[in-house]
Design a binder for this molecule. Structure first.
Ligand SMILES: C[S@@+](CC[C@H](N)C(=O)[O-])C[C@H]1O[C@@H](n2cnc3c(N)ncnc32)[C@H](O)[C@@H]1O
Length: 215
């Protein structure tokens, strides 16, 4: 998903550097200092326009959340929401998920969300998939020992790939559904992302898993 450039985005970002970090180079192990309260810290990689993380942060004031997004045009739309809401437990991060171990300290994150990640279907683009082994090894470093990953996608190919990639990495699966919206147990607290709403309305089933690394 490439969003059109937004002429206002840069100014809005520069005026709100208390709400968003832009390619920071010295935040490793210090993210809690960005929040009002020190409390469990969760990260979403690839937040897009950010409805999911905004709603999650509203519903869970007992946690802190970081929304990470590589596209300025997408995170600017999330920033617009956060400028209105000013949720004290939500921070934005403009950067690439491929740099997680430079951006976060070891064991700094309690849980990680991947929602409707770009599928990169061509084999030559495998390394860009957010469930490729090089990403998993970074998630393992920044997640606490009892941390977890929650992953949702409508894309069957990416889901199958991710199951194999995580399994080959030695991860263990705690929850799994090939039809999240019709799963009473896992759908109970589900917050739909922009992509999720769009594709489930078109009739696509939503795949979901929760997994952790073996320590
Ligand atoms: C298909 S969109 C889904 C957006 C949102 N999660 C949703 O479900 O509506 C995938 C998003 O992930 C972002 N993304 C892709 N690769 C990324 C990376 N390496 N680091 C951070 N964000 C990334 C893209 O810019 C895009 O906004």
């Amino acid at each position: 998903m490439r969003l059109r450039n937004k002429p206002w985005a840069k100014d809005m970002i520069n005026e709100n550097l208390d709400l968003i970090s832009v390619h920071p180079d010295s935040m490793q192990g210090k993210w809690q200092s960005k929040f009002e309260k020190e409390q469990p810290l969760f990260l979403e990689v690839g937040s897009g326009k950010g409805r999911f993380i905004t709603e999650l942060a509203k519903q869970n004031p007992q946690n802190n959340y970081i929304a990470m997004e590589v596209q300025e045009g997408a995170i600017a739309l999330l920033l617009k929401k956060q400028v209105e809401n000013r949720l004290p437990n939500l921070q934005l991060l403009l950067d690439n998920g491929s740099k997680l171990t430079e951006l976060f300290g070891e064991n700094e994150i309690d849980g990680l969300y991947l929602n409707f990640s770009d599928p990169w279907p061509k084999t030559r683009h495998e390394k860009r998939r957010l469930t490729y082994k090089a990403f998993l090894s970074q998630y393992q470093v920044v997640l606490k020992d009892d941390g977890y990953i929650r992953f949702k996608t409508d894309n069957q190919g990416l889901f199958e790939y991710s199951l194999i990639s995580m399994n080959n990495f030695g991860m263990k699966f705690d929850e799994l559904s090939l039809d999240l919206h019709n799963n009473e147990q896992f759908n109970q607290d589900n917050i739909q992302t922009e992509y999720e709403e769009k594709f489930s309305k078109k009739g696509f089933r939503i795949n979901y898993l929760k997994a952790h690394f073996e320590s």
